[in-house]
Write a protein that binds this ligand. Structure first.
Ligand code: SF4
Length: 115
């Protein structure tokens, strides 16, 4: 390889590196500023029994202790169509209470049998 070709090759690599380095750093900054993945999102707080909607719907964290007239034996959040918790979780989301989680073994008067 001639000295002129070697110098040209060196300059090409140096210019390319200088031009692309800011792009690479920009990509890193963008990654650092990106929102956390949903799995890292802060978990929803458990529904408080004092919540006005919870009270209105006679929400209980333990279906076995419910004495409500509309309670059906065996019903609980776990087998409610509005419960969105994963199997095995003790608390999970419910479409009636979007800002909270409800107890899997809980119950309320909005209970709807899972199809
Ligand atoms: S709507 Fe269903 S899942 Fe939600 S609190 Fe009532 S019984 Fe539980």
């Amino acid at each position: 390889m001639s000295q002129a070709l070697s110098r040209r090759r060196f300059l090409t690599i140096a210019v390319t590196a200088a031009a692309t380095a800011p792009l690479a750093l920009h990509g890193l900054e963008a990654d650092a500023a990106a929102p956390a993945p949903a799995s890292a999102a802060k978990p929803l707080p458990k529904l408080a029994l004092t919540d006005p909607t919870a009270k209105a719907l006679a929400y209980s964290e333990d279906a076995t202790k419910v004495k409500h007239a509309s309670f059906k034996a065996g019903s609980s959040c776990l087998n409610c169509n509005l419960y969105k918790g994963a199997k095995g979780q003790t608390y999970g989301p419910c479409t009636i209470f979007p800002k909270n989680t409800v107890a899997a073994k809980g119950w309320c008067t909005a209970w709807a049998k899972k199809p």
